[in-house]
Design a protein around this ligand. Structure first.
Ligand SMILES: [Ca+2]
Ligand SMILES: [Ca+2]
Length: 186
């Protein structure tokens, strides 16, 4: 016991010296401030974000679980610019599939929010006449070519589950990156 007490006191003394001489500086920055080479797989870096494009066709809940398994969440488009960048990426990769987003109005019908932030969806990227809660059972939001004559990706609400024609691919978005640098004065 005495040994541990002495050890503890020594460590405390070292720590005190270290702090008093400011031997360490810790700096937290948004994004990859030190330009480190990062292994982001399976995420793809697009603009400032990191995204994963899930290829299985799942209901909204299953898709959310898949993203959580990757320590991420279904995509949230904080801005229409972010939507446009992702839509352009999908078009460049020749995909006309449907993809779940985190958007839904499960908490209150008619109040559509991004599930990851709780923010109201203020997007101008809804397809014509959407969201329409068709059949009073559409509460989860996806992007895709909504109508037969659609020429671009747009948002639409669909049943979250229990509908065979509502099993979609999905896009996960990783949390914003921060780098922590520790400077040690020798
Ligand atoms: Ca986002
Ligand atoms: Ca709809």
């Amino acid at each position: 016991m005495l040994k541990f007490t002495v050890l503890f006191l020594i460590l405390l003394a070292i720590a005190k010296i270290a702090w008093s001489r400011e031997k360490f500086t810790i700096q937290v920055n948004e994004d990859n401030a030190v330009g480190a080479i990062l292994k982001a797989e399976p995420f793809v870096k697009i603009n400032e974000g990191y995204y994963f494009f899930g290829t299985e066709s799942l209901n909204w809940y299953q898709a959310y679980e898949k993203c959580r398994e990757l320590d991420s969440e279904l995509v949230t488009f904080e801005t229409d610019q972010e939507f446009d960048v992702i839509a352009a990426y999908l078009m460049a990769n020749d995909s006309r599939q449907n993809y779940w987003t985190s958007g839904n109005d499960l908490a209150k019908t008619g109040t559509h929010k991004w599930f990851t932030t709780g923010e109201r969806i203020s997007s101008l990227r809804w397809a014509l006449n959407q969201p329409d809660n068709y059949g009073q059972r559409e509460h989860c939001i996806h992007l895709g070519y909504i109508y037969n004559d659609s020429k671009k990706f747009e948002l639409n609400d669909r049943p979250c589950s229990e509908a065979d024609n509502s099993l979609f691919k999905y896009i996960c978005e990783a949390p914003k990156m921060e780098t922590i640098s520790i400077v040690v004065w020798k």
